[in-house]
Ligand binder design. Structure first.
Ligand code: NAD
Length: 496
């Protein structure tokens, strides 16, 4: 049983209100986390305010040095970090390592901050006038993150925010609090001064305190769509810069010319990896033509039945437990609902032996065929190991189906036809597109973001957009007139 704390001004701090932290694979309570009140959030803001001015004036190359050391420390302690993630989240260790590695990419990108902040310069923008634009930090910024990527999603945010000269306050998911604390320890060891990265655990009260605090200039949120929307609105009312990434329903289109063996096995990974608790998980396969659907359902069904499921902390498994009992029951409820609505239940994850035998929150892989667009299992984000197959007659119908969906995070197409792939990537109203790539999560030197109900705000997460999100531009025009030059007053708008 571990007692967790906030990390404020470089010190550990407890609180009055607490929440149990549970191991989803055993249903055992393994720790307790404090939930911050407004006063605790204000304490973190005070510490950030004290630390940020000197950090702002620290040369970017020196700030980058901290990130270089941080990357090495993350790699040194990767096994420990992944064990914390697997224990609290339930995902398997190898998957936790994958998320950590993708997170570390963002630290590597932040190491290039001297280059990224260089700005733009025009000599003789006007007569004897030079103009330059640069990016200055915002001051204090905050991030609110979901349970499903305890290491990676915070790493999308704070390395770049801090490298740009800001102080960052992280409010991680209260269900998976330990990875954030471990990362705070490593940043301290890397030489980051106290107050520049802080961890405030909590729920809605802590989040609202961050949104309402005038000192917090920008908020990065990743989580479900209803919360993303409310945070975006409240942040905008407070005059804040907000990027709020929400939920998803990601479709894979399978064309008749696709390599179906390959499509089936990569779909298995994209649909059931991390028990489907990924915002980029493929949860709908749109098969063009009945022959394509029949073949794909047979191949996916066969493999889905053989997935190895168990406690994420053990090695050699494919899938771990879901995050908590309520969520597992909600996903199981969707399976019942889909069956009642008339979809064909090809593989029923509720029949997996662990569902009965283990006290943990397990559910096997589930496959539905003949799902139709009006069904709840098609419309809603289920966020579990459930793959729905929708049958359409034409490629155009597949594109129209995806474009009509309220979410637009990720999508992919399986085909050997370059023209069809190009048309798909051009016409599809989704932010991240894969062509024979089922999980098109951009690398750290591009940016990540969906469209429609999957993102509120304009700038995407990490990559080049993060530099713009965590800084504000300043354009300076400068002239040094010759001595004794006396200019006529000019009342017309100056132009060259
Ligand atoms: P969630 O919305 O329940 O919680 C996200 C964060 O918001 C947590 O830190 C939580 O404490 C806080 N929160 C919850 N309710 C709140 C409220 N009423 N007011 C203020 N703050 C609140 O999401 P989750 O269940 O932790 O994560 C799963 C969701 O996140 C899924 O919908 C998934 O698609 C989404 N997600 C999206 C992306 C993306 O990049 N678009 C990435 C990962 C996860």
């Amino acid at each position: 049983m571990q007692t967790l704390t906030h990390w404020i001004g470089g010190e550990r701090l407890d609180g009055d209100r607490h929440l149990d932290v549970t191991n989803p694979a055993s249903a055992e309570v393994i720790g307790r986390v404090p939930l911050a009140d407004t006063a605790t959030v204000e304490r973190a803001i005070d510490a950030a305010r004290a630390a940020q001015p000197a950090w702002r004036d620290t040369p970017p190359a020196k700030r980058a040095q901290v990130m270089f050391r941080f990357k090495m420390l993350l790699e040194r302690d990767a096994d420990e970090l992944c064990a914390l993630v697997a224990r609290e989240h339930g995902k398997v260790l190898e998957d936790a390592m994958g998320e950590l590695k993708r997170g570390i990419e963002n630290v590597e990108y932040a190491c290039g901050v001297p280059e990224l902040l260089k700005g733009e310069y025009s000599h003789n923008a006007g007569p004897g006038i030079d103009t330059w634009s640069n990016h200055q930090p915002l001051g204090i910024v905050a991030g609110i993150t979901p349970f499903n990527f305890p290491a990676m999603v915070p790493l999308w945010m704070y390395p770049m925010a801090i490298a740009c000269g800001n102080a960052f306050i992280l409010k991680p998911s209260e269900q998976v609090p330990s990875a954030a604390l471990k990362m705070a320890e490593l940043l301290e060891e890397a030489g980051l001064p106290a107050g520049l990265f802080q961890v405030v655990h909590g729920d809605r009260e802590a989040v609202e305190a961050l949104i309402d605090a005038p000192e917090v200039k920008a908020l990065s949120f990743v989580g479900s769509t209803p919360v993303a929307k409310s945070i975006y609105r409240r942040g905008a009312d407070n005059g804040k810069r907000v990027q709020a990434l929400g939920g998803a329903k990601n479709h894979a289109v399978v064309l008749p010319d696709a390599d179906l063996d390959n499509a089936a096995s990569t779909l298995i990974g994209a649909a059931f990896g991390s028990a489907g608790e990924r915002c980029m998980a493929i949860s709908v396969a749109v098969c063009v033509g009945d022959a394509t659907a029949d073949a794909l359902v047979a191949k996916v069904g066969e493999q889905a039945r053989t997935l190895k499921i168990g406690p994420g902390t053990e090695t050699g498994l494919d899938m771990g437990a879901l995050i908590n009992a309520a969520h597992r029951d909600k996903v199981a409820g969707y399976i019942e609902q889909g069956k009642a609505a008339g979809a064909e239940l090809v593989v029923d994850g509720r029949q997996h032996p662990l569902v009965q035998e283990s006290p943990g929150y397990f559910l096997g892989a589930t496959l539905f065929d003949r799902v139709t667009p009006e069904m709840g299992i098609y419309r809603d984000e289920i966020f579990g190991p459930v793959l729905c197959v929708v049958r359409v007659e034409t490629f155009e119908a597949a594109i129209a189906l995806i474009n009509a969906h309220q979410y637009g995070n990720g999508t992919c197409v399986f085909t050997r036809d370059g023209e069809a792939a190009r048309r798909f990537s051009d016409a599809i109203e989704v932010g991240m597109v894969g062509i024979n790539v089922p999980l098109p999560v951009p690398v750290a030197f591009h940016s990540f973001g969906g469209w429609k109900e999957s993102l509120f705000g304009d700038l995407h997460a990490y990559g080049p957009d993060a530099v713009r999100f965590y800084t504000r531009r300043k354009a300076v025009s400068q002239r040094w007139p010759a001595q004794n030059l006396r200019e006529q007053a000019q009342l017309n708008f100056p132009s060259s």
